[in-house]
Design a protein around this ligand. Structure first.
Ligand SMILES: NC(=O)c1ccc[n+]([C@@H]2O[C@H](COP(=O)([O-])OP(=O)(O)OC[C@H]3O[C@@H](n4cnc5c(N)ncnc54)[C@H](O)[C@@H]3O)[C@@H](O)[C@H]2O)c1
Length: 335
């Protein structure tokens, strides 16, 4: 049962970053308890947390279900929320945009109503994709939003709702916008785990277009530390970008993984690009660094330990390896 000094509702805690965050917080603080509230939709996996037994409880539910969210907040005496719950797969948002609006917009509005009613603190997890892509330079938190996909547009709408609740009702909310995360427990359809798994199976590695798209790779635990910093010390109403400054082309990432696994680059296969594919994301992080945070992992190091984790933990990914990982086709044929 949950009985710590801070009882945090972690929404979307059965996903990749949320489950890493729960592990991070329970390891770091003895007086924190966590209620993991997750709909168990696409990309979730309770196996991520199967060894966590103390100061932790799981509740299955939808963040857009106001009655249920309210009941859970009252029952567990929640005083903080960290909202990871989201539909997150960009390709999927192209074929099924409406489910993205339901969770990433309506769901956020429901949580904000709870924050307003029960005077809670919330950290809302957003993404650097809300700024759109940038050829040169980097976006700061005050730059305009210019999302490219239904995924990033729905995340931008959620952010605007958070800002409006701070301004209109004075709620205690912060937003984090991180760059691409990688690390343990990432669903096998994403670039890094998919590349590792396919390479282990000696299957071709599909790369969208030229593979020259640039992403700034953040080790998931560095993101968790950043979110914790914002939860503790973030200023009400403020947005905090989180990135490690480790910009690499996708093709570089794939080649590095093949190198770690001792596999041939001949496995790489270029496939038709995704429509509206962003060329490069880049953000500044001075605001979060001013609160004392800095990333600990360089990409070379983080990638090496991620490859090692997937090699050692086949029990985790094997049941998740489906057709989309084993027979990837261009986006429009998938769903
Ligand atoms: N993965 C990245 O690189 C990255 C980068 C920047 C920002 N983000 C943001 O971080 C957050 C977490 O991303 P992730 O990669 O861990 O995603 P994920 O898809 O692994 O996890 C999302 C979780 O949310 C849950 N969920 C979905 N809809 C829900 C609903 N209506 N109610 C309750 N739970 C629901 C899912 O079941 C899943 O467990 C998202 O908000 C995402 O936009 C992710």
């Amino acid at each position: 049962m949950v009985n710590g000094e801070d009882t945090i509702l972690v929404t979307g805690g059965a996903g990749f970053i949320g489950s890493n965050f729960i592990r991070y917080m329970l390891r770091k603080y003895e007086n924190v308890s966590i209620v993991n509230y997750d709909k168990l939709s696409y990309g979730s996996n309770l196996e991520n947390l199967k060894d966590i037994k103390e100061r932790y409880v799981f509740v299955k539910g939808d963040i857009a279900d106001e009655k249920h969210v309210e009941e859970v907040i009252k029952r567990h005496k929640i005083n903080k929320i960290v909202n990871f719950a989201a539909e997150t797969h960009v390709d999927r948002s192209i074929s099924e945009p409406l489910s993205f609006v339901k969770t990433n917009v309506d769901g956020v509005a429901t949580l904000l109503e709870m924050v307003r009613k029960y005077d809670l603190r919330i950290v809302h997890i957003s993404t650097d994709e809300v700024y759109g892509d940038i050829i040169e330079g980097s976006f700061s938190e005050s730059d305009k939003l210019s999302p490219s996909s239904p995924y990033s547009a729905s995340k931008a709408a959620g952010d605007l709702l958070v800002k409006s609740y701070v301004r209109t009702y004075g709620v205690d909310a912060c937003i984090t916008r991180s760059s691409n995360n990688y690390g343990p427990y990432q669903f096998p359809e994403k670039l890094i785990p998919k590349t590792i798994i396919r390479a282990l199976k000696e299957l071709k590695i599909p790369i969208y277009g030229s593979g020259k798209q640039v992403r700034d790779w953040l080790y998931v635990e560095d993101n968790c530390a950043g979110i914790d910093t914002v939860l503790r010390a973030g200023k009400k109403g403020e947005i905090y970008n989180i990135a490690a400054g480790e910009e690499r082309e996708n093709i570089w990432i794939v080649k590095e993984i093949l190198k770690h696994l001792g596999k041939s680059e001949e496995l790489i296969e270029h496939v038709e690009d995704r429509p509206g594919h962003d060329v490069r994301y880049s953000i500044t992080t001075d605001r979060l660094r001013a609160l004392g945070w800095k990333p600990e992992r360089r990409i070379e190091d983080g990638l090496k330990s991620t490859v090692e984790w997937y090699v050692k933990n086949e029990w985790w990914w094997k049941p998740l390896v489906n057709d989309k990982v084993l027979h990837p086709t261009p986006w429009k044929l998938r769903w």
